[in-house]
Design a protein around this ligand. Structure first.
Ligand code: GLU
Length: 289
């Protein structure tokens, strides 16, 4: 299979130095292997995605000297793929509709009989309030969660999940005890309210569908990888190689966020920086020639 990497930004704000690092790294890795670099616009959250941010992504990446296989794909065009996977999971009886509001979850999670609220890879671990509901109860824009205990009982899910990790100087097989998922992640959301899928579901389906062999992304997503490996086993999808890179931080050591307009690529560009300057700022080798 062709060595294939991707950059998967959400068009919800300007790309900053952290995005530049991730995109250039994924691009350079693919070029070094004679492979392909793909672009995926993660606009699954249509309430936050904006066409002007998407346009800015193309502009910033081109300015950085990156080129990708065209056309770039856009998650908002892939409803059928996500629906198909949700139907398959409903068939396996591992989904349930969740009608809880955020406040309900916080209250239930901190109720004395439930013990101390737990935080995992996906925020507050869901206390299970709606787990008894059947998928048949779900209406089209309900939240759908994965019943993690039932998912673990599926025959295709092994006791130990594993994947190949190459980021930050590593080259190892990472293993994870599936039995840790209830406390580390809980009943994760696979379809958000009014959306076609959640990040976790769309990312595994899209990476497979685009034949991505190497997922290059920030270390902040390393914790989500067991959830992705579980979904891949459940759905019979291959697990790509993961390359979680360090995060680019500001002078105070905080990771950059979308609102860090001060670090936006467009701003450096407007101030006269060159793509080589950006590479230097994030500690990546300069382009020769
Ligand atoms: N869309 C995600 C972001 O903008 C990236 C997800 C991924 O690379 O897996 O942070």
């Amino acid at each position: 299979m062709t060595f294939t990497t991707r950059f998967a930004p959400s068009p919800t704000g300007p790309l900053h130095l952290g995005h530049a690092y991730s995109a250039i790294l994924a691009h350079d890795m693919a070029i070094a292997e004679g492979g392909s670099f793909l672009l995926r616009i993660e606009d699954i959250d249509q309430s936050r995605a904006r066409p002007e941010w998407e346009a800015q992504i193309y502009e910033d990446l081109s300015w950085l000297g990156l080129s990708w296989q065209v056309p770039a794909i856009r998650q908002s065009d892939r409803t059928e793929l996500y629906k198909g996977a949700l139907s398959a999971l409903a068939e396996m009886d591992v989904l349930f509709p969740c009608w809880c509001k955020r406040a309900d979850i916080e209250t239930a999670a901190s109720a004395p009989q439930e013990g101390v609220p737990r935080f995992g890879a996906d925020g507050l671990v869901y206390p299970g309030t709606c787990r008894w509901r059947k998928t048949a109860h779900a209406v089209s824009n309900d939240v759908l969660r994965l019943n993690i205990e039932k998912a673990m009982e599926c025959p295709q899910v092994p006791e130990q999940l594993s994947w190949h990790e190459t980021g930050q100087g590593r080259n190892e097989i990472r293993t994870y005890q599936t039995a840790c998922l209830p406390q580390d992640a809980g009943d994760v959301i696979l379809r958000r309210k009014g959306m076609d899928a959640s990040y976790h579901l769309s990312v595994v389906l899209d990476d497979t569908d685009q034949n991505v062999t190497h997922v290059v992304r920030g270390a902040d997503l390393e914790e989500a990888t067991p959830i992705h490996a579980l979904l891949q086993r459940l759905l019979g999808l291959p697990t790509p190689i993961y390359h979680h890179h360090h995060l680019i931080r500001d002078d105070q050591g905080k990771r950059l966020a979308k609102r860090d307009d001060a670090r936006a690529i467009a701003k450096y560009r407007a101030e006269g920086a060159t793509p080589q300057d950006i590479r230097e700022m994030v500690g990546l080798p300069l382009l020769s020639g």
